[in-house]
Design a protein around this ligand. Structure first.
Ligand code: DWN
Length: 408
């Protein structure tokens, strides 16, 4: 494993776990593209100065985010509800008290959040490098530009639209290797009393649930309050609120502003204290996590091999980016998982990255149900269980790997 330098402090990070050769998390493909399929060595390290868990190597942004990006946020009804709540939280907050605010969202995907801001006739701008989803956002009435964000784009936006009151991102900041360029850009773009509010999968939940599948090419960082404080304090920002979220298997909403502008909510000291208590500042915690990941791999392969020997049919539910890590790390292919059901049209008829399991529409799951379904979209379990009562009624069983491998 190579030793790389922390993207925040420049110190050498301590390597903790190697996931082997991995393809792009969302690199769903057809057989005629197998020969050109891209792979890289995926491993994670932890910096004991910035408390940042990070990928050692990340594929280039252009390889991951482009005009055929496979993930559309609006595939989940619950996520739709979540982003409506997020928009209402912002609209009702003290941060938008200015009469004519300007809200910018980085990585607005198909406009799932900003459409609630646009519908109130509030000045807004979506930034979305993946052209296909950016087009959907524009069709949803959200003014969106399709570019990568950094200092240059920040200056262009400033010139054309002016300073920003609220800079929002959801499941985006943790994707960006050049995070310093992004924070510098935001720093130039927002008003002195402007706020940065973003959500991402939370390290505390990843550790607690052994949800190692949150680690894939797009997620170059898994954040905690401590690591976000370390990153943003380099640019004169401080955390003013921390709000845990249930989305994506456990996320955190981070609220930041320039130091001293707003009162810091108690949530900040409470959650940072808890992070010290559970060891999110400590490499030993990450090493223990690594041991649990290796056990999870062994248990899943054993369970699927056992079911295969019993003549049971197993399918996957949700061709998630997360499942790319599981399948490739565990070496699970079509011999153990017959197909994966997914509701996203752009994924259907293709094959999973690296292990090449066929992806079918939900109709196949209904018409030809397996005996067992591995819940790759476990973060949407509530929504899926509500829909799939027939699967259970007809004797089907779910398999999960969080917090440990088991049949539900
Ligand atoms: O950060 C990211 C998150 C927000 O979304 C991105 N890097 C990429 C993506 O990650 P993911 O693919 O792991 O996200 P999801 O939301 O867990 O993906 C769910 C998948 O399952 C989608 O392909 C849609 C599918 N699905 C389904 O087939 N039936 C989802 C639901 C709720 C369903 O009922």
């Amino acid at each position: 494993m190579m030793n790389r330098r922390c993207r925040i402090t420049g110190d050498v990070v301590t390597n903790v776990l190697d996931f082997g050769r991995q393809p792009l998390g969302n690199g769903f493909l057809l057989p005629n593209n197998y020969k050109d399929e891209y792979f890289y060595q995926m491993s994670i390290g932890f910096c004991e100065q910035s408390f940042m868990m990070q990928l050692n190597e990340q594929p280039s942004p252009e390889k991951m985010f482009h005009e055929d990006y496979a993930f559309y946020s609006s595939t989940s009804r619950y996520m739709g509800d979540h982003f409506e709540e997020f928009a209402n939280y912002l609209l009702q907050s003290e941060y938008l008290s200015n009469k004519d605010p300007f809200v910018v969202e980085l990585g607005c995907n198909d406009g799932i959040f900003l459409k609630h801001i646009a519908s109130k006739n509030i000045n807004h701008l979506g930034i979305e490098p993946s052209l296909n989803v950016a087009t959907s956002a524009n069709l949803n009435g959200v003014e969106t530009i399709s570019e990568f964000f950094g200092i240059d784009l920040a200056r262009k936006i400033l010139k054309k639209y002016g300073q920003v009151d609220a800079f929002i991102a959801a499941n985006v900041m943790c994707h960006i290797s050049d995070i310093n360029g992004v924070v510098k850009g935001i720093s130039e773009l927002i008003k002195p009393e402007g706020v940065i509010i973003f959500e991402d999968p939370y390290l505390g939940d990843v550790i607690r649930k052994t949800s190692y599948d949150q680690i894939y090419d797009e997620h170059v960082f898994i954040f905690s309050g401590l690591s976000i404080q370390a990153l943003f304090s380099n640019y004169g920002f401080e955390l003013i609120d921390l709000l845990p979220q249930s989305t994506h298997g456990g996320s955190m909403r981070y609220v930041l502003a320039k130091k001293g502008v707003y009162l810091v909510k108690d949530s900040v000291s409470n959650i940072l204290r808890e992070e010290h208590n559970i060891g999110l500042d400590n490499i030993d915690t990450i090493r223990k996590f690594s041991e649990k990941v290796q056990k999870s791999k062994k248990d899943l392969v054993e369970l699927l091999s056992f079911l295969k020997k019993q003549g049971k049919r197993v399918a996957g539910y949700g061709a998630t980016s997360k499942s790319t890590t599981i399948l490739n790390y565990c070496g699970i292919g079509p011999e153990l998982i017959e197909y994966i059901s997914d509701s996203t049209p752009i994924k259907q008829g293709k094959f999973s990255p690296g292990m090449h399991i066929p992806i079918y529409s939900h109709d196949k799951f209904v018409d030809n149900p397996p005996d067992y379904a591995v819940l790759f979209a476990w973060n949407h379990a509530k929504e899926i269980m509500e829909k799939e009562t027939n699967f259970i009624a007809n004797g089907g069983k779910w398999i999960t790997h969080v917090p440990e491998v088991k049949i539900l």
